[in-house]
Design a protein around this ligand. Sequence first.
Ligand SMILES: Nc1ncnc2c1ncn2[C@@H]1O[C@H](COP(=O)(O)OP(=O)(O)OP(=O)(O)O)[C@@H](O)[C@H]1O
Ligand SMILES: O=C(O)[C@@H](O)C(=O)CO
Length: 425
Amino acid sequence: MTLLLGAIADDYTGASDLANTFTKNGLRTVQTIGIPDPDLPLPDVDAVVVSLKIRSVAAQEAVSAASKAEAWLRARGAIHVLYKICSTFDSTDAGNIGPVTDALRKAAGGPVIVTPAFPETGRTVYAGHLFVNGVPLNESPLKDHPLNPMHDANLVRVLARQSAGTVGLIDLTTVAGGPDAVSARLAALRETGVTTVIADAVFESDLETLGAIALEAPLSTGASGLGLGLARALVRSGRITQSAQSVEDTIGPVGGLAAIVAGSCSTATLRQLAQAERSMPVLRLDPEKLLSGPDELASAVSWAGDRISAGPVAIAASADPQAVGRVQARYGREASGHAIEHATSAIAAELVFRGVRRLVVAGGETSGAAVDRLGIPAFLIGPEIAPGVPVLRTVGNTQGNMLLALKSGNFGGDDFFAAALSMMH
Ligand SMILES: Nc1ncnc2c1ncn2[C@@H]1O[C@H](COP(=O)(O)OP(=O)(O)OP(=O)(O)O)[C@@H](O)[C@H]1O
Ligand SMILES: O=C(O)[C@@H](O)C(=O)CO
């Protein structure tokens, strides 16, 4: 397999978001789960998004996994590698955006462009500050994130705290000045020892400028907005010779039962679950019971078993910040997160065992755990359900063809679950 653009995503939902952006912008793309087995039958593509689950692991583990993925992508011809992070810059002072970018830039030089801007979903960066739907990051729902609460909107500061290098800024005026202005500013920053730059971006045109300059370097770090800029720059460069197949043709119907499993506690998911309750059976798991033994899991599976042949059902661990806080205070943040992911992934696997072939999973960590449990090695990218969330078709898994949607916590409108199921046949 040869490719032009490589990406390493720090979680699986983020990977499907980026693969969707690449596809929409003209690149034939496949999403792999980790580095694929050499025997996995993958189509010819322009871009591969290697999905890792390294957003919330120890920095050294993240660096090691990302470095191996980068070496694999470069060995297959990637002229540029994008390290795909969350558009809300999900990370802590220990990492992992800084440590991974530092490790990958060692081979790539710098300064490396970093921007989580993704205007289509309301993420913009101005004066180095990240806004989520017009609200500074630290005032947005991300302040209550169960794993990495975000308390600082100033990304230059946030990245500096987790990076061994020196972090600078390319401001919006420079970006609006076009590629030459950005190049000149990068050169000036390089002279002063800056290794990594947060780049402002408010409009897609800003990301086209940044993508064009980033493509000239071996590495960048960003969300789907930068992915859009890179993809458009690659298409404009004339190096993409085959048009991406119509995404509807890529997948086709799979039949089987349908279900939703949610572990995301984001406000968007909470609203979507409330809306789903009006049209389908929704089981709210009791996290205390989930954490204290296998009974809650078994009764969830039996609850679904009684209903699922009549239509889609949803099973959710999701809870509001106060309830999450109580669980975390009692069991610890990481321990409760992992235990609940373990439970939701076990439920997903049981549902698939009972005939579910169309599965929507809400939450990045939750999706990662479920996809791993199901042993899915790769996905083809189908039509977009909502910005950042495509229909995915499995490749190479033992259960036969399945359709999945991996929804990032904050993505999708209130009717997301019904909209997803209506596109998954
Ligand atoms: N009721 C609960 N109490 C405590 N933790 C929970 C509860 N329900 C789910 N969790 C945990 O909260 C975390 C939610 O993270 P996840 O990444 O799945 O969703 P998200 O943060 O909304 O999505 P994204 O990362 O895509 O924005 C998981 O570790 C999950 O196990
Ligand atoms: O960039 C985003 O917001 C998403 O793709 C994501 O990574 C959330 O997990």
